[in-house]
Design a binder for this molecule. Structure first.
Ligand SMILES: [Zn+2]
Length: 308
């Protein structure tokens, strides 16, 4: 992958995606998210995903889904179909604010996670969606359109979020295939984010054909260090997105701690890493999120300076 050459770094910094909107309206929150990430020195930024939570953000743009507020799951009320996705607008806005000075990721909530976050209205014509893999397949086709649009809009990387993968008890191999369907034909580098404990599922992720970067939380879940071997990654042409600051904890890790932890990551997975926070930062206080990014970038730079 020539991402390193393109970014011009030996150790690339990025984010998982969401940034605290706090009480700001979404336009101001988006502007702040982009400017903060740039100011912190992140190589591949996001639009901050400030418009809505990770489910509604996509559910609102799919034909056949009705939103029901924060306390209820969105509901399938008709045949699912692709509509104009508002995440493209947010991506383009981020591009405008960054004035072409930053690389920007286009981010999509994955079809399996979306499927588990929806209810189905019990209409006869919709019972087909009660078949889990049929529903995920339908969503994957819609999200594939979204991925292509993001690439066309200039995304430097496409990321799929599947936080629910680490919770699946069975059927992971079939679900993983839908990620390849979403990313079919995408030419820019691709990243799959799965947080939680990945020890039971990581082997299946190595089979993904259309994913370059496997991104996980490591700081908050250090068992995840004992998963892939460097040989696994090389032979399957994968690199690790290394979550190295804890996004569940409201304290800013000292630079030295993050630096040591990245070194640990290199020892386990090799020096081809992307470093980022464990997960999205939507729920953190703004100054904590910003502080974590700043320290992470300084730590990454110190590690990079020592890489040959
Ligand atoms: Zn996550």
């Amino acid at each position: 992958m020539d991402l390193y050459k393109e970014v011009g770094k030996k150790l690339i910094t990025t984010v998982v995606g969401s940034y605290p909107p706090n009480s700001l309206n979404y336009e101001d929150a988006l502007t702040r998210a982009v400017k903060d990430q740039m100011y912190a020195g992140i190589d591949i930024i996001s639009d901050g995903q400030v418009r809505a939570n990770l489910i509604d953000l996509f559910a609102q743009d799919i034909e056949g889904i009705e939103l029901r507020g924060d306390s209820l799951k969105p509901r399938i009320v008709g045949n699912l179909a692709y509509k104009y996705p508002s995440t493209i607008d947010d991506f383009l806005k981020a591009k405008e604010i960054s004035e072409g000075k930053s690389k920007i990721a286009g981010i999509i909530t994955g079809p399996t996670t979306l499927s588990y976050s929806m209810d189905i209205e019990p209409k006869f014509s919709l019972t087909k969606y009660a078949n889990r893999n049929y529903l995920i397949g339908g969503l994957a086709d819609i999200l594939h359109e979204n991925a292509k649009e993001l690439e066309r809009a200039g995304a430097d990387l496409i990321q799929i979020d599947e936080p629910c993968f680490s919770l699946l008890q069975k059927g992971i191999n079939e679900k993983v295939k839908f990620i390849d369907r979403v990313l079919d034909g995408i030419k820019v580098p691709t990243k799959l984010h799965v947080c939680g404990n990945i020890s039971k599922i990581y082997k299946s992720l190595l089979n993904l054909e259309n994913v370059n970067i496997l991104d996980h939380e490591f700081s908050g879940n250090q068992n995840n260090l004992n998963t892939y071997s460097e040989e696994d990654l090389i032979s399957n042409e994968k690199i690790i997105g290394f979550g190295c600051v804890n996004t569940m904890r409201e304290t800013i890790e000292p630079v030295k701690d993050i630096e040591n932890f990245i070194q640990k990551g290199i020892k386990h997975f090799g020096k081809n890493l992307l470093v980022d926070p464990d997960c999205g930062m939507r729920i953190l206080p703004h100054e904590i999120a910003f502080g974590k990014l700043k320290n992470m970038v300084i730590a990454a730079k110190r590690v990079e300076d020592k890489l040959y």
